[in-house]
Design a protein around this ligand. Structure first.
Ligand code: SF4
Length: 117
């Protein structure tokens, strides 16, 4: 008799954004914002943005943040080959953020962190 055991590690993917992400080194610049953490495309994309930070390794690309943002901070960016989704929400106009926190509160995977600097 064969018994299959499926081990599920909820931390394998879709971990929420690290609240201490700003302690990670800046590893790049993209669309006028900083990128922190490990970047090794297509699997690892890091955290994009500072005051509006989106963890692209967590983002599932459902677009709720794009829908709710009243000042159009986000644009789509392609992420072919990424294990979580093939497009990500990118905070290309983070300087326009009015800190309403709608994106942060409605992201279903807690990929966004807003910080008033
Ligand atoms: S906090 Fe509000 S204004 Fe800022 S990016 Fe999120 S939805 Fe847009």
């Amino acid at each position: 008799m064969t018994v299959k055991i499926h081990l599920i590690n909820k931390w394998d993917k879709n971990m929420p954004i690290n609240p201490d992400f700003m302690k990670n080194p800046i590893t790049g610049e993209h669309n006028s914002h900083k990128v922190r953490g490990e970047v090794n495309p297509p699997e690892k994309l890091g955290v994009h943005g500072t005051q509006v930070a989106v963890d692209h390794d967590c983002c599932e690309g459902d677009g709720i943040c794009i829908s709710v943002c009243p000042v159009s901070v986000f644009d789509w960016v392609g992420s072919p080959g990424h294990p979580t989704s093939k497009k990500k929400s990118d905070p290309v106009r983070e300087q326009d953020c009015i800190f309403c926190r709608a994106c942060e509160s409605q992201c279903p995977v807690t990929a966004i962190r807003i910080t008033e600097l």
